[in-house]
Design a protein. Structure first.
Length: 319
């Protein structure tokens, strides 16, 4: 019963916030994203994408089997003096066109490592009175697991740990203001996103929105509610019920159902915290973190099952 009440309250609050966010964004303007591409590369920065020897991987299968594919961006290609520069046609083949959200397991089922994304977009966004250009901002709903973001080769943001133990940005929306001095007026701008993922966690890149700062603020408020605040409320709600049941069990030890519910609440809070934790530490790697999370879920399932059995006044048959 408490789960139904909690779900109803969350749904109503979400509808109110959603309407508020729509109202704030209804008179704003969004930026047109022309295209989205991805490629597998171990480069650390956009500039390094054009360095070193180039791999001629021509298909998605070849890209999936090659973790060191190096490519040049169109901008770097135009200014490059290296003899190994690729043509634009070759570049288009190596950058695979994708749509967001992009989940690696759909294209590279066993790929763990680094994938780069390049988003081409146009910057004009003037208000109706043709005054100063509106400040632009970026909303990235998720990077699974860790990553960094550049605008035209300038770093905007980066996770602190992009090698194991990885940071965990998979359920953390990112709101970033785009400095006007890095934009290219009347030209195509490039957003580069470096994503580091593990095949165990369905790695990939979530939806991206580029618009004026008011629109992104409204979108971020809604995304933060859906991806963060709801889970905080869930944890608070679970802890409260768990403490209530613990008190009942301490006063009436024969009521074993409440003891099992207390244990189930402990396991559930640990499991659901996975959606809020932003670092893998203290675990050595993502695999160990995932194993621990599975153990918490199994513990919750076992304890909640026993709680349900006891709460219905069932008794195990004597052998």
């Amino acid at each position: 019963m408490h789960s139904i009440v909690f779900a109803f309250l969350i749904t109503m609050i979400s509808l109110v916030l959603g309407h508020s966010a729509w109202a704030q964004a209804s008179n704003s303007c969004s930026v047109s994203i022309d295209s989205v591409y991805s490629t597998i590369s171990n480069a650390m920065t956009p500039a390094e994408l054009g360095a070193g020897t180039h791999s001629k991987a021509l298909t998605t299968t070849e890209l999936g089997a090659n973790n060191t594919t190096k490519v040049l961006t169109p901008t770097e290609l135009e200014s490059s003096t290296t003899s190994t520069a690729l043509t634009l046609a070759e570049l288009d083949v190596q950058w695979q066109s994708v749509t967001l959200p992009d989940i690696w397991t759909q294209r590279w089922p066993k790929h763990s490592g680094v994938t780069w994304y390049r988003i081409d977009w146009q910057a004009p966004c003037h208000n109706e009175h043709k005054q100063a250009e509106l400040p632009l901002a970026l909303l990235l709903t998720s990077i699974n697991l860790a990553g960094s973001i550049w605008i035209n080769d300038q770093l905007l943001w980066a996770d602190p740990n992009q090698v194991e133990p990885l940071s965990r940005s998979w359920n953390s929306p990112r709101y970033l203001t785009i400095p006007s001095n890095v934009l290219r007026p009347n030209k195509t701008n490039h957003l580069y996103i470096r994503v580091v993922g593990d095949a165990l966690t369905s790695p990939g890149l979530g939806p991206i929105e580029i618009a004026d700062i008011h629109t992104i603020t409204a979108s971020y408020t809604q995304a933060n509610w859906n991806q963060r605040i709801i889970y905080y409320l869930n944890i608070i709600f679970s802890i409260t019920l768990g403490m209530m049941c613990a008190c009942i069990w301490l006063l009436r030890r024969q009521e074993l159902a409440y003891g099992w519910y207390t244990l189930a609440s402990i396991f559930w809070v640990g499991f659901i915290a996975n959606t809020l934790i932003t670092e893998t530490v203290p675990f050595a790697n993502t695999l160990d973190f995932t194993k621990f999370n599975i153990i918490l879920f199994l513990g919750y399932t076992f304890c909640f099952g026993l709680f349900s059995w006891r709460f219905l006044n069932k008794r195990f048959p004597r052998v």
